[in-house]
Each structure stands twice: as structure tokens, then as C-alpha cells.
Design a protein around this ligand. Structure first.
Ligand code: 5GP
Ligand code: ZN
Length: 115
């Protein structure tokens, strides 16, 4: 838990947020400023600044996240038509919240390349 981290505060229920999915390791909730009709954030409960901070011992956690993502996508109704999973990292990646998170974006066609 990092005191000044908004996502740690969501994990700790200090900021009331609609929880879409939760288990021992992961929590998912709607993005406050959706970039698509469906925009969900999937985060590890444990604070990790960004994907550059992980190492081999995080492999089970990351594998777990990758298996819950399609389940959450199905739950919010974007699995059949498809969706995009995005991990913004540091400044050039456009990361604004420095707690590792996976964006799930769906409900419309996603252009490529991103802006
Ligand atoms: P990033 O730009 O770091 O990849 O994504 C951070 C995301 O977190 C943004 O899409 C932003 O809208 C979302 N966000 C920031 N603060 C909050 C918050 O307090 N609650 C929720 N639900 N989403 C937030
Ligand atoms: Zn955090």
C-alpha cells in the first residue's frame, strides 16, 4: 500500500468505486474517464509502479491477470466482439497513475496505431 496512490486507495476501499471483479490478487473497476463505451481497469492489489518493475517471481501474478482479463471482458460484454488490452508505461507510454494497470477497452472499433 502506498499512501499517495489512488489505486491502492481504491483497493483499500478508501475511495468508493464500483467493483466489477475481485479476487485475492486482482481488482477491476470502471475507468473514471472512459475512452470507449466499455473501459475497465484491471490492477494487481499489490502496488507495483509499472511493468518494468516486475521480475520472475511476479510471473504467477501476471499470468493470473492474463487469465482473468478474458473472464472480465466476458462479464462486461466485450469478449465476443473483441476488445483492446493496454498497459501504458512511464511518460512516453502515457502512464498517469503509477500503479500497474491493464486497460480493457471495448464496445467500439479500436483504431491502430494508437495516437
Ligand atoms: P494511465 O494513463 O496511467 O494508463 O491510466 C490511468 C487511468 O486511470 C486513466 O484512464 C484515468 O481515467 C483513470 N483514473 C484516474 N483516477 C481514477 C480514479 O480515481 N478512479 C477511477 N475509476 N479511474 C481513475
Ligand atoms: Zn498503488
Amino acid at each position: 500500500m502506498q499512501q499517495d496512490c489512488i489505486f491502492c486507495r481504491i483497493v483499500n476501499r478508501e475511495i468508493p468505486t464500483k467493483i466489477i471483479y475481485e479476487d485475492e490478487y486482482v481488482i477491476a473497476f470502471p475507468d473514471i474517464n472512459p475512452a470507449a463505451p466499455v473501459h475497465v481497469l484491471v490492477i494487481p492489489k499489490r502496488h507495483i509502479d509499472n511493468i518494468t518493475e516486475v521480475d520472475g517471481k511476479d510471473a504467477p501474478l501476471l499470468g493470473h491477470i492474463m487469465t482473468v482479463i478474458p473472464r472480465i471482458a466476458a462479464e462486461v460484454g466485450i469478449a465476443d466482439e473483441g476488445f483492446r488490452t493496454v498497459v501504458n508505461t512511464k511518460d512516453n507510454g502515457g502512464q498517469t497513475v503509477h500503479h500497474l494497470h491493464f486497460h480493457l477497452l471495448g464496445g467500439r472499433f479500436m483504431e491502430w496505431p494508437p495516437g
